[in-house]
Design a protein around this ligand. Structure first.
Ligand code: GAR
Length: 202
């Protein structure tokens, strides 16, 4: 059994897509734990409904990072639950070196744009305001930068003339729900390797 951990701060639709895909494809992948920094994250409810361990480790001290002590707690819980791959699914804090060093090349993230365009917050809004005709989503390895790690998979989404931030984000999320579970599967199958900035998929 390949064990993953999912970190989520919000609705958890990506978490749900991962849960559903594992079931549908009957994969030997177990979600060992779901952790949130937000006690009200619906992702925690989704985990509980599926019988998955759900843990909240809040951090009021900082807004955008976890802080060294709290990072240690996250790592502890992930290791206790034998997590081999950490999947950020709408986790809205930047991970620092303590965390990254504990899971080298074993942390991935889903971002709602075609990176390197529009890193950071509300990428779908950034794309709309910039006026691009196409945007999308990216699954990438996490490094020290913000949304700068090697890219595993991307999917393209057109921006339509009457799009609002909400309609565009919804269309991007439909693609996220396809490529994120797929990226996890490829890693589980041992088909993903990193060569410099490039990710090679066998
Ligand atoms: C997703 O669109 C994800 O790409 C984005 O947050 C949303 C979470 O949705 N992540 C980021 O913006 C990270 N920088 P979900 O809680 O329904 O999975």
């Amino acid at each position: 059994m390949f064990t993953i951990g999912v970190l989520a701060s919000g609705k958890g639709t990506n978490l749900q897509a991962i849960i559903d895909y594992i079931k549908q494809e009957n994969l030997p992948i177990k979600i060992g734990v779901v952790i949130s920094d937000n006690p009200n994250a619906y992702a925690l409810e989704r985990a509980k409904k599926e019988g998955i361990k759900a843990v909240c480790i809040p951090c009021e001290k900082y807004k955008t990072i976890l802080g060294r002590e709290i990072e240690k707690k996250y790592v502890e819980v992930l290791k206790e639950n034998k997590v081999e791959l950490v999947c950020l699914a709408g986790f809205m804090r930047v991970l620092k070196s303590t965390f990254l060093r504990s899971f080298p090349n074993k942390i991935i993230n889903i971002h709602p744009s075609l990176l390197p365009a529009f890193p950071g917050l509300e990428a779908w809004k950034q794309a709309l305001e910039y006026g691009v005709k196409f945007t999308g989503c990216t699954v990438h390895f996490v490094n020290e930068g913000i949304d700068t790690g090697p890219i595993i998979l991307q999917a393209v989404v057109p921006v339509l003339p009457d799009d609002t931030p909400e309609t565009l984000h919804k269309r991007i999320q439909e693609k996220e729900h396809i490529i994120y579970p797929l990226a996890i599967r490829l890693i589980y199958e041992g088909r993903v390797s990193i060569s410099g900035r490039k990710v090679i998929i066998k």
